[in-house]
Design a protein around this ligand. Sequence first.
Ligand code: GLA
Length: 455
Amino acid sequence: MVMPPYSLKRMDKTKNSFFNHRKTFLYTGTSNNMKKYLTIIILGLICIFNLGCSQATSITDEQISPQTPPMGWNSWNHFKRKISAKLVKEIADGAKRHKLNEAGYKYLVIDDVWQADALNPDGTLAANPETFPDGIAPLAEYVRQCGFELGIYSSPNLFTCAGYPATLGFEEKHAKQFADWGCKFVKYDFCPNRNDEYHLSYETVIERYRVFGEALRSNDPDIIFAICEKGFAGKIRDRNRPKNPPVPPLDKRIRAFVWCKDVGGVMWRTTMDIKPTWEKIMQILDQQEGLEVLCGPGAFNDPDMLEVGNGDLTLTENRAHFSLWCVLNAPLMLGNDLRDIPKNVLKVITNKEVIALNQDPLCVQAKKVFDNGDIEIFTKPLFNGDIAVCVLNRGPARKNVTFSIEQIGLDSKTNYNARDLWRHKDLGQFQEKFKTSVRSHDITLLRISPINKTK
Ligand code: GLA
């Protein structure tokens, strides 16, 4: 194997021959359509099975997976390029002081821009000597002492999304480095626009993720492999899809992410980057529709890191954003400044009753069951037979909402008790109709429990 030019500096596009070499090297994966379609059918069956069981009580312990959505923090949303070992230590101190581990948060992930400008002569990654002077291993240890685990970031390209040296061609070496440093979470982020890679085939992109996923697991079977590919491979596949005979119809969005679990991904980004605005959060919410079939124990659609506590989001917007990500079964990766968390934000991100919906062992992603424009209702079946109901008001004014059991797709012969998870209040029996008043950009979040008697 020809060894790459180690002197490659970040975003040095003049070294394209090396890139071409690495590309050929990675074309070894054969396309196996049969396997993919079987995977889709099996995922569908698993999902139907999960939904079917959700109202029953016959699930055995063996069927419960401990693999609920990963929870933690990531540096990108708030700090972007301004990260350093000093900052990560302060974040770990803040997370400890605010007892975020008790609420379930575990991974503190350094996103892009931790790297030096070039790989080491042997192809290994180096941390920026100014911002991470002692390297990554002591930082992982510090984070562990605070009660958390360190996570890190790289890309399956020559360059990361911010233009720093990445992992292409050095998958085994970098996976081993991350494991040796004690990292327990790796975000692997694909940006073709930084690497002139729009021409890569669906199979090649997937193969790159597979190679790295295998390398990661061979060093640490429990490491979280967080795929951040955003559906580029699916778009490539759509462009090249044979028209005659046509490939079997499969929802475009599902095809874009159906491979992620197969290559070892525990979570996969389903959208481009989030921003701390209500409009962006709603846009991302809409993009999750239809992807529910891909979600299950140890496998999660990732609508991006949380913006709770960032930008100008109001208290109601923060609460709605957090509630929606919880019922969507999304990974809960905080994106705010943990050194100093305002009381009202801390209350949102540590609401245990709401987090319990997210960490429910059934691992079902909520589905939209009602939509009349401003008002949308999502339901999520839970392991003990309860159902989470999230009533969202997207509109500019407060709305009174009335809905019946049938309107949210539940059995009208069953009686239900309702509990308000933000007011921490039992509301008594859910009568024929449920009435609530929801402020603009807010939610009503209920946990409803069937009472074992029929009407
Ligand atoms: C991409 C990802 C972001 C972040 C940046 C870092 O834009 O989608 O989440 O990781 O890269 O460069």
